[in-house]
Design a binder for this molecule. Sequence first.
Ligand code: ADP
Length: 713
Amino acid sequence: MSDHYERVKIELQQMKEVENEAAADVVQLSTASVSPVPADVSFTARRDQSKSSINGRSRSKSRSKADGHERQVNGKQLPDLTPQKSDYSQGQSRVINEPNLHIKGTARLLKGKTAANGHVESCQRQTDVKCEHHGKEAKKRRAVTVDTSKAKTSLEALKMSIRQLKWKEFPMGRRTACDIYWHGVSFHDNENIMSGQVNKFPGMIEMLRKINLSRAVRTMQELFPEEYNFYPRSWILPEEYQLFSSQIRLLKDNDSTLKHTFIVKPDSGSQGDGIYLIRDPADLRVISGSQIKQAVVQEYIQKPLLIDKLKFDIRLYVLVRSLEPLEIYIAKEGLSRFCTEPYQEPSQKNLSHVFMHLTNYSLNVHSGNFVHSDSCSTGSKRTFSSVLYRLASKGVDIKKVWSDIIALVIKTVIALVPELKVYYQADIPLGKPGPTCFQILGFDILLMKNLKPVLLEVNANPSMRIEHEQEVSPGVFEYVPSPVDEEVKVGVIRDTLRLMDPAQRKQHVTSSTGGGSPEEAIVVETGSDEKEGLADSLPSLCLKQVFPKYTKQFNYLRVVERIATIFLRFLGVKGTMRLGPTSFRTFIRNCKLSNSSFSMASVDILYIDITRRWAGMVPDSKEAGMCLQAFTAAFFYLAARRFKALPLREQVLLLLEVCEGALEGHSEKPRPHRSHTNPASSQSSAPITFSSPALTRRRHRPPQLSAKANTEN
Ligand code: ADP
């Protein structure tokens, strides 16, 4: 990691120099100097809009909703990062006078950028020269074929990437198979793909809906509360409405001076849609028409880190290259999206100020204070490295910030993997022909004032647009090239493709749910340009491998994945995602979990009880039977019954040992993954004494509220 930081520092320095040069050019053109945020910012221009309900946005909504895309055109005290007032005024005059901010056109015109884009242009030129070399080498090999017919809004960045790699694009699809299929929305955008690689995993959209992400993280919080405290306390609506209300009331009764704020997010919403802040459970808008709204209500982080008095968040791109073995890469560069109204801690008066509380680009772009900038280190959307550079210059330990972020990303992916494997096996059953998958995810992360990163959400379809919306005259919006987006996103797509190059993956363990282990992955990992000498001909990879690289540090967390391995074994390969009662009985029998005090009749009652409860919690599921979450709940229950008086984590680990040990004897089925580290070594022989079908509600119990939010510690 240290190399990376050194490089970031050098790159940032270089960037700053280039920027200074670019700024000098700009001065000649515009007479204004560069600064991040307008001075004496007049917050009157769009005040009405910002104060209106957070739901009050309307423009450009349908466009990306239609394709399921995210609508983005997107106790240590910190030093004061707020610039002097004069900086502000300079910034404002830049916004007004800077002619280059008004380049009109589509992304196609990106090639013909003016000198204002000098910085990016020079990056582009360097890339093109390097790509020349790469092209000569590529000629020796068969060009990799990419079906781009379903790429949707990522098309422009994808085309650029393919051009740089000298690969072959099939914009209308191809009769014969392609090596790579680039989908804009989901795995199912093209049906019947029998080979190659698809840039989406089955089930990723479903898993990353706000409720499912919360459930997946909560399961991990039950096992590893300390490790998963990067996710704010959340309640799932409507099922936990009463619980949420009573917990908050209790808290207020105990201490009326406490001022908690909560953010309510619709389950399938994106880009700030339908989000609002509340301070009292009575303000929850639970019903919409005749329907009860599915939503997550979450503790609001009241003390975010501010730059220029503004709240901002970080969009990081993460590549899940394969599930088995698990391979995760993080893009070294990301985006920082800034609010456009100075931040104040929430009060009843400012709860509806969207431009103060929500960092969504798609909202803030409609604020009169939004600053479009051609520079990567100023304006309302900047590169993350420029923010890091700024923090580093104030003495912040950015190495620590980065490693905390890497840990957050790995832990989050580990929470998602178990269910993703179930989706994967349902769509691409073992032994049947089908593609392998990879996916770029968009992690939205907030830095707290104490620099602790907090996970806000993960996007299955992060916007890969390289243009942004701009109001060119009152009420008239156009897409104009966005150098910041291009810089970051083209690199991410190009380097994802490089990592997925079939020639590079020849010796790589195939991505399937059936084989391999993290340890194997370390041994056979070969898939990078560097090892084949291509690094000289292209810019160095912007994607950094973090898993299996950090397997040793994080493998112990993969406990639910081991439960999923058992679940999958009894699920079979029939394309289903639910366990029937017979399969559940077989699981109990094969794992030798029944005995005189836990009869097979009790097993059936357990199955029915828990399956029913989960059917109510996952209302849109069409399939009957026990889902993985229900199986995990049953597993936790069985573990608690058998290994009483131990902490849950140890109970579960011990039961896993019992099950995996028993299943090893059943040679007719594939072995469960023994490669996942299991810290538990002893095993109790205490019989299961299941006596009542009234199961503990442990899995569904949300975290207790304490007077102080632990995410703000
Ligand atoms: P969406 O998918 O609609 O963008 P997010 O979960 O990303 O939903 O929330 C939108 C914005 O709200 C975030 O970008 C962030 O600025 C703010 N936000 C979300 N959750 C929290 C939180 N728990 N505390 C503080 N701010 C939050």
